[in-house]
Design a binder for this molecule. Structure first.
Ligand SMILES: C[S@@+](CC[C@H](N)C(=O)[O-])C[C@H]1O[C@@H](n2cnc3c(N)ncnc32)[C@H](O)[C@@H]1O
Length: 277
C-alpha cells in the first residue's frame, strides 16, 4: 500500500484535515478520496471541473516529458531553483501549481530533498504521469483557484507557465513566503511562430498586474537561445497551443527542418504577501 504524505492538505469539500485510512484519504466529515495506485490523489470535486478531461492531452504530455527531460529548459528551472533559495526562512513546504508532467517539481525535490512538495494540476493525465517520476512528492489533481491546501502552510508557491490565482496563492502562503512565477516574454519562440503563422502580430507580453494580495519583489526578463532538430521541434510544437492551429503543410515543413535556432524569453517574477490586505 502506498503511504501518501497528506501534510498541509485539506478536504476540498469541507476544509478539514484528512488522514490516510488504508488506500484513501478520509476527513472528519468522512469525505473519502482514493489514493490511485500510481501514487496521486484526485482532490478536484466535480463542481470545480469545467470539462471532462481538463488540461493537456496524453500526447501533449508525452511530448512535454521528452522535451523537458532533454534539458532544453534547464536554465528556466535553474532560475526558479535560485529564487526558491532566496525565500526568507527557507523552503520546507513548496507547492508547484500547474505542475504538468512534473519535470520542474522533481527538480525542486532534487535541490531541496528535505522539503515537502505538493505537485498540483487540474489534469488527471498530467498528475498521473508526474506520479511515475517519484512517490516522494504529494501529487494531487486540483484547481489553482481552489487549492485543497491549508492557510499559511506554504513557504513557496511556484507557477511555471501555468496559472497564477493571486488571492488563493496568498491564502496558502505563510508570512515571508514567496510566489515564483514564470511566464513567456514577447519574443518567446518567435522563430517558431514566424514559421507557423503567415503574419505574426507581436503582442507585447508582461506578467499581469497584481490586485493587492501579493506585492512584487522582483520581475526579471530572461532570455537564451537553443538549437533544435526537426524531431525536437515537433515535440516543442506539441507542448504548445500552436499545435492546435498549425496547418498540416507547415507542420510537415517544420518536422523536415534539419535544425532551427530559437529564442527562449521569459519573465521570472517573485511575489510576497502584501501587508495591505
Ligand atoms: C503549459 S502547462 C505547464 C506545465 C508545467 N508547469 C511545465 O512547465 O512543464 C500548464 C499546466 O497548467 C495546468 N492547468 C491549467 N489550468 C489549471 C488550473 N485551473 N489549475 C491547475 N492547473 C491548471 C494544465 O493542465 C497544464 O498542465
Amino acid at each position: 500500500m502506498i503511504t501518501f504524505n497528506c501534510h498541509s492538505l485539506i478536504c476540498p469539500l469541507c476544509g478539514q484535515i484528512p488522514v490516510q485510512r488504508g488506500g484513501s484519504l478520509v476527513c472528519p466529515e468522512n469525505h473519502t478520496f482514493d489514493i490511485a495506485r500510481q501514487g496521486y490523489v484526485n482532490l478536484l470535486p466535480v463542481q470545480q471541473k469545467h470539462s471532462l478531461a481538463p488540461g493537456d492531452t496524453p500526447e501533449m504530455l508525452s511530448a512535454r516529458r521528452i522535451f523537458l527531460n532533454e534539458g532544453h529548459y534547464s536554465p528556466i528551472c535553474a532560475d526558479v531553483v535560485q529564487a526558491l533559495g532566496e525565500v526568507p526562512g527557507g523552503v520546507s513546504d513548496i507547492v508547484d501549481v500547474g505542475c504538468g508532467e512534473g519535470y520542474y517539481t522533481c527538480e525542486f525535490l532534487g535541490n531541496y530533498p528535505k522539503a515537502h512538495i505538493i505537485g498540483a494540476d487540474i489534469s488527471k493525465a498530467a498528475v498521473k504521469m508526474a506520479a511515475s517520476r517519484t512517490k516522494q512528492i504529494s501529487w494531487i489533481t486540483a484547481t489553482a483557484s481552489h487549492l485543497p491546501i491549508a492557510d499559511r502552510s506554504a513557504d513557496a508557491v511556484t507557477a511555471v507557465f501555468s496559472l497564477l490565482c493571486e488571492e488563493e496563492f496568498a491564502r496558502i502562503l505563510r508570512p515571508g513566503g514567496r510566489v515564483i512565477e514564470v511566464t513567456s516574454g514577447t519574443d518567446h519562440l518567435i522563430e517558431l511562430k514566424r514559421i507557423i503563422y503567415d503574419d505574426v502580430f507581436e503582442q507585447h507580453k508582461h506578467p499581469k498586474p497584481m490586485q493587492g494580495f501579493l506585492n512584487e519583489v522582483s520581475c526579471e526578463l530572461k532570455r537564451f537561445s537553443m538549437t533544435l532538430s526537426g524531431r525536437q521541434l515537433a515535440d516543442l510544437l506539441l507542448m504548445t497551443p500552436h499545435t492546435l492551429r498549425i496547418r498540416p503543410e507547415k507542420r510537415a515543413a517544420l518536422e523536415a527542418t534539419p535544425s532551427l535556432g530559437l529564442t527562449v524569453e521569459y519573465f521570472v517574477r517573485v511575489l510576497e504577501l502584501s501587508s495591505r490586505k
